[in-house]
Design a protein around this ligand. Sequence first.
Ligand SMILES: *Cc1c(COP(=O)(O)O)cnc(C)c1O
Length: 453
Amino acid sequence: MSKKIYERPFIQQLNTGFMNKFGTRTDFGPVEHIDGVPVKNLIQEYGSPLFVMSERTLRSTYKSAVRAFKTRYPKVQFAWSYKTNYINAVCNVFHQEGAWAEVVSIFEYQKALRNGVPGDKIIFNGPEKKREELELAVENRSLIHIDHFDELYMLAELLQNSGKKARVAIRMNMDTGVYPMWDRFGFNYENGQAWNAINKIMSHDEMVLEGLHCHIGTYMLSANAYAIAAWKLCDLVQHTKIKWNHKIQYIDLGGGFASANTLKGSYLQGADIIPTFDDYAEAITNTILNFGFSKEDLPLLILETGRALVDDAGYLLGSVIANKTLSDGRRATVFDFGVNILFTAFWYNHKISPAQYASHHTEETVCYGPLCMNIDVVNDNISLPLLTPGNHVVVHRVGAYNMTQWMQFIQMRPKVVLIDMSGKVHIIRENETVDTIEERERKPEHLSTFELK
Ligand SMILES: *Cc1c(COP(=O)(O)O)cnc(C)c1O
């Protein structure tokens, strides 16, 4: 074996933007427009920070999800997951596209009703449903997805001698090969609890078992997990048919499809590794179609996709407050948005683009928010060109969960605007003011005044 050739080490300047040994870097190009509207104008008119929703992206994402399933399976229905983004304008885009509503609390239930969703097109999920809430859902003929036996018994009790019938499903949890298993919601498949719940429901004349439901996790990187879940739902549909001669109308695979965001610690970009709608649809529909149902007995397939439908359509615009050098020499940039309104920064490395021309020289940068709190880190290591105070940035894929999980802490929440199909901008949620916050406060008389010396 011959000796290896020695190459002396050398330093070579790599020009970003050109082909080099790391490939071509295109990530730092400025994003100056969203759906044709200049970012500068949006910030000038509506302030910074600002959430922007693209109606165009909402509709096109929804359509591609529906297409993936409907071209493979005859009976498909989407139900919009309110908790993922319950701003009414966003919900109504999905309702206009044909989505029912999927809610996990009475608050979301009321929002869906007020948006005009008929009661029988609302799926009522979640571990907490009070007696009067269940009564309302029965009255409205909503689909009640029972989470535990105590809920089942409460429902049985309130239906007794009422002359009314409830349309119900059970939420199931199961081993799909993805761990940790989400087994705190619903009835377990493997240990027989789900089958037990089905038998209890079937023995009650006041409850009509219309569906079986599961929601196996969120940001699921395995399409195959859905194939396993679908098989286990189909299994109990068939057992119910055999034992009770009762046809279960639908199976609901819940949400959990991944959006193209990149998880912290992921070596590869989210967009390169997540399954597509087609991958998920293939796994689910093949399982149902090959299970052995006759054509008439094929169940309706319901999907409660949340983040994968809305993440891409949301942007957060913000401004640079300051730059500083940390004690270890790293560059840090402070923005006017933090984890208070970008909650998903805790688990995603959000892509951040400059909103104006920036140099090609990038540096590893720590991005901080405006909170006087050490945890307020928007990104602990991102390659960015130098941005100076007053510069603007665009944070991508923030449509899911941020506008519901945001917190009013130190700062107030900013405006949310929607760019419609024609490029017109609409405010869909006003920013909070001191009045918004103080409106809820009450000062006891003896604490209303003081004197400082
Ligand atoms: C949160 C939730 C969804 C939506 O989940 P995503 O991961 O955003 O797709 C759907 N169904 C139920 C029951 C949920 O709790």
